[in-house]
Design a protein around this ligand. Sequence first.
Ligand code: ZN
Length: 498
Amino acid sequence: MNIDEFCIDTENFLSKIDKEYYLHFAGLKPELNLKIIYDEYPQLFDPETVIFFKGLFNKSEGENRKKAKHLFEFSAEGYMGNRFSHITDSIANKEASSKIEIEGKDVSFRYSDIVLSNEEDPVKRKLIEDKRLKVTSEDFNPDLALYWESLHEETGKFGYKSYTDMFMNVKGFDFHELEKEMDMLVKVTDSLYREHMGRLFQNKLNISLEGSRASDFAFIKRAKEFDIFFKKDRLIPIFKDTMRMMGIDIDNQGNIIMDVDERENKSPRAFCCTVRVPSEIYLVVMPAGGQDDYQAMFHEGGHAEHFANTRENLDIAYRYLGDSAVTEGYAFCLENLAWDRNWLIDVLGMNSEAADDFTYFSSIINLFFLRRYAGKLKYELLLHSEKKVKGKDIIYSDVLTSNLIMKYFPENYLKDVDDSFYCTNYIRAWIFEAQVKEYMLNKFGYRWYKSKKAGDFLKEIWSYGMKYSPEEVLGFLDYKKLDINYLLNNTIKLLKGR
Ligand SMILES: [Zn+2]
């Protein structure tokens, strides 16, 4: 195996994949054709490649081990992703063409999600949710069961007992330890969650949290009442102004291509494509307004700035590959600004009363997500511990309902699952972000987003690309480890006394 050649092929492959995603989801190319690109690089997705990098990782030390780890993770995830891509394609195509009937009209399955979160009548919401569950169970789940069972079976090829064992080895940390920490978070925040989420359900829907449904929450989270503050035409200027205050002028960053045009088939959610790191980064936005839109823009803007500031002389394995918790953490770092009380007043121009309301609302939503991902991790560990998926639907419903109190339905047990334990990346990113943010608050103050020094600090940590893990970056900032207590304490502080 020629590792240098492998790295060059990897860069070209990833570049083509990201360009294809960009063109398709920006509405510039009707069909998404990833298979042609995969077929051009069979050497990247050969089982022998995975075995080679696994061996190299196990026997290397120091810097070589780090690089081998990134290549092992890429080849293992790529192999598993490519192996059953025909099933994934079939599921995606079925989902894209699936329709449900809402009040006499055929509505696409994907769009029905948006209709659901905007529907004020609980009876109608329930009807839409029931129809979505029926389609999921009858049309998607047979393929999804085949998909997951095939992947579970495949791990034996690489000498692993289970899918969990394989990805724990690939990702290099103990999922069960992370599960324990999140269980602790769920336990410690239990009464706070019931009190504040319960109050939110009472105030907004006049129903109790117990006995409510996930679809009721979808409506609450949509939070139309805050739309007046998060105007569509202010989204891009506000983002640019915020970055400029930190000394980052996105209009002068030639390597970030901002695509803000309106096109019929453009994704309504902002996204970022890293076609070449750091020279060709697309930040794609089609402003719609609303708090979700602002948070998505800041999140994707965080990814774009991270990769655009990555040093170009870094090894390919450190510019594109590594622990995704790092880039997700940088994305959350900017996303969380969009519900920071000081920022809401200073930059968005909210009055202090509205800022208090919105920060409080967002803190409850934030706690919801932490508890949801704690549940997802717990469930996915159970789902992936054995080959068959039979009977896991009830476990899914029990675990998620127990953490969130609102009813989660068993039908979603195979759909609400991401590949290769991506849920752990978000959880680690939230913990990482809380510590980086604490460091920045101490160093640059509560209005850090107005400080050029804070911008310089971010540019410095961004410049390492994906080379260092969250633990290593925190080590540079004098933290001993990735420590969940910072995240937990912030979460409690925001809700206590409200
Ligand atoms: Zn992200």
